[in-house]
Design a protein around this ligand. Structure first.
Ligand code: SAM
Length: 278
């Protein structure tokens, strides 16, 4: 599983586990169609060495589910998921006339589409196989019915740590320069984690172990407000997963210091675009 594509199966296993909680943060009854004994074995091996990973995936799933649901309730009809992997939201969270555009490699999207069909799960989704860095996000969207003038929600989950910093910035610039009315949500690590300067040895040990089994974490951001300022974007929300944990699991104590350095955020266009005040 030491490749970026394989990461989608691990994340999907972690996400699926929340369904077994007495009071789950979210329910995802679709994800199981992509899972099997092999994915379970690999994910459980990773979770044993890096237990925090599982909870971080669950916390971000709940956050992104909520933001996406609110976007749709607020009238957004167009959703783009970059590096969508085995994200099941197109089947789980929808509404009248809502269309999803999902970008990932061809094999992942093909498997996804075929399995959904075989299990009779319906989703209004347009699959765009490709690499949003090498092929470019905008050329990929231009191959489809994507409407650049329409209000759009971009979800970029479980990706920014795996992509070069210059490419993360380029993707955000591409969105800003081509889609006037958008919000984008993504998760990110503090740069201190990547540079091994958090001051917590357990975090450094964690990354070493995690990277030896998973895909290397190469990009982090210290202050999202600085990045947003540089890109002329507005920070709508920015939470550490420690904040989310306190909010979502008020009776449990924090499992790992890493939660303080792993964030989710939502940004919006302000220059030349329409700021969607909430
Ligand atoms: C960790 S998984 C996350 C999947 C999904 N977003 C989720 O959170 O469940 C990362 C996914 O992003 C995809 N990915 C990473 N870089 C990509 C790129 N440049 N273009 C297209 N897909 C990419 C990988 O193939 C993989 O499916």
């Amino acid at each position: 599983m030491k490749n970026v594509t394989g990461t989608a199966f691990i994340v999907a296993e972690f996400r699926a586990e929340e369904n077994e909680e007495a009071i789950p943060l979210y329910t995802d009854h679709v994800v199981k169609i992509w899972l099997n004994e092999e994915t379970k074995k690999v994910a459980s091996h990773i979770a044993q060495s890096s237990p925090a990973a599982k909870e971080m995936v669950k916390l971000r799933t709940k956050y992104f589910d909520d933001v996406l649901s609110n976007q749709i309730l607020g009238g957004c009809k167009q959703v783009v998921i970059l590096g969508s992997g085995l994200d099941s939201r197109a089947a789980r969270i929808n509404g009248e006339g809502v269309i999803y555009f999902e970008i990932d490699d061809r094999a992942t999207l093909q498997l996804k589409e075929e399995t959904l069909k075989a299990n009779k799960v319906t989703a209004n989704v347009c699959y765009l196989p490709g690499d949003y860095v090498k092929d470019g996000l905008i050329p990929l969207l231009k191959q489809s019915e994507f409407d650049f003038a329409r209000q759009t929600y971009f979800l970029w989950e479980g990706n920014t740590t795996l992509v070069d910093k210059k490419d993360v910035i380029f993707v955000l610039e591409q969105i800003r320069d081509n889609v006037p009315n958008f919000r984008v949500s993504f998760d990110y690590m503090s740069e201190k984690v990547i540079l091994r300067t958090t001051g917590y040895q357990d975090i450094n040990d964690y990354i070493d172990k995690y990277e030896s089994m998973y895909a290397p974490w190469i990009t982090g951001f210290e202050k999202i407000a600085t990045l947003a300022d540089e890109l002329h974007l507005k920070v709508i929300e920015n939470f550490s997963t420690a904040d989310l944990y306190a909010q979502y699991r008020p009776r449990r104590s924090l499992e790992s210091n890493l939660f303080k350095f792993y964030f989710v955020c939502t940004l919006e266009n302000v220059v030349g675009g329409v700021s969607q005040e909430i």
